[in-house]
Ligand binder design. Structure first.
Ligand code: SF4
Length: 377
């Protein structure tokens, strides 16, 4: 382990506190922060307007630590997937998705994930460890500056960040928040709060804290319209059932930069995709929460035992929601040729925790559609 302090671990306030320890004023921290995040500098000698005395002070004690790249794949549709080594056999993925009017980076927050959603290949790999703030920020730092170089521009390339890569970001809250602040800071990446999205499987107490500490756009992985089914698909539901989750979402909207919550819904053939499920969803959110649904075509992987809903089924499901006045989109799959689609991240990470075996011992039971919870936790 390096004894040097990784400056990517700090938001601007953190860097100012660190600089103060070195006997430096806050404006020096701002200069340093701009060099790192706006110009992508990793060498103190590049930072020509920083006092030489500060540069030599930093040389011995701090560094800007990039992630080691295992691979980079570019899809025919322009999607780019980086696989980063985070040590001890762990890898995380970061995906850049270019569109006409935006450039979105999908960022990982943990190596593996402890939530264990049935339809998610990361969940099947089990949990290895939380990423540090520096490791979360380094994904954006690397992607933004590598893309600028590639596109030969000094303009910002990434306009949106979604915390939807590997991991449950709200189970790594302490590391997440400074990384979000760096994304939002005008001296950092200057992203709008509306364009930074935290996606959660429903860690209710942390939704409440995020609202206080750093309200950004919120996406919630719902995936089921009742507790009986959601308990099986998203095991965290046993701790924070749908009703509590929706109340937290309602409260979040009071401080959110957008006036709606996005509900993610992975379409699983014969499991959660019937007309009845769509009607249940409508009953759940109608007159309660301003929301938008994003239907996600499932990306099958062998250990899941689940199948992708037919396109016609997805369209019919979307129509039922839309006819009830709920804005509904069907996610386009991107980067299929490089396995960059949702739920396919970091396929090479080992399953150390036997999460896969545990999940396969619990087949999904399709209950008669009911909003009653059939078991506790
Ligand atoms: S969907 Fe998200 S929360 Fe669920 S297992 Fe996958 S990474 Fe974890």
């Amino acid at each position: 382990m390096s004894a040097l302090v990784n400056l990517l671990d700090f938001d601007l306030d953190g860097l100012a506190a660190y600089c103060e320890q070195l006997g430096e004023k806050r404006f020096r921290a701002t200069q340093l922060f701009r060099w790192i995040h706006q110009k992508g500098a990793s060498d103190f000698d590049q930072m020509t307007d920083l006092a030489k005395s500060l540069r030599s002070k930093l040389q011995g004690v701090a560094h800007i630590q990039p992630l080691s790249i295992i691979s980079e794949h570019v899809s025919a549709d322009g999607t780019i997937k980086w696989l980063f080594d985070v040590g001890q056999g762990n890898a995380v993925e970061t995906v850049f998705i270019p569109e006409d009017d935006r450039g979105t980076l999908c960022v990982s927050s943990q190596a593996g994930c402890a939530v264990g959603c049935r339809f998610c290949s990361t969940g099947h790999q089990g949990f290895s460890r939380n990423l540090s703030t520096g490791e979360i920020t380094a994904q954006l730092w690397h992607a933004e500056h590598a893309l600028r170089k590639r596109q030969n521009t000094s303009e910002r390339v990434i306009s949106n960040v979604v915390m939807m890569g590997m991991g449950e970001p709200l189970q790594n809250y302490g590391a997440l928040v400074p990384a979000l602040r760096t994304m939002l800071d005008d001296h950092g990446y200057g992203l709008s709060r509306r364009r930074v999205t935290v996606s959660t499987s429903g860690v209710v107490p942390m939704i409440e804290r995020l609202q206080q500490d750093c309200p950004v756009a919120l996406a919630v992985s719902l995936h089921a319209p009742n507790d009986a089914l959601r308990d099986q698909l998203v095991p965290l539901n046993r701790k924070y059932p749908i009703d509590e989750l929706l109340s937290a979402c309602q409260a979040y909207l009071q401080a959110a930069p957008r006036d709606f919550i996005t509900f993610e819904y992975c379409m699983l053939d014969g499991v959660n995709d019937t007309d009845e499920h769509a009607h249940q969803l409508i009953a759940l959110v109608r007159n309660r929460i301003h929301c938008k649904f994003n239907l996600i075509p499932f990306n099958p992987f062998p250990a899941s035992g689940l199948h992708r809903s037919q396109n016609e089924r997805v369209q019919a499901f979307a129509r039922i929601l839309a006819d009830a006045g709920i804005v509904t989109t069907v996610r386009k799959t991107r980067g299929d040729d490089i396995d960059a689609a949702c739920g396919q991240l970091a396929g090479e990470v080992q399953d150390r925790t036997r999460a896969d075996e545990r999940m396969l011992r619990q087949p999904i039971v399709i209950h008669a559609v009911s909003s009653q919870k059939t078991h506790g936790h």
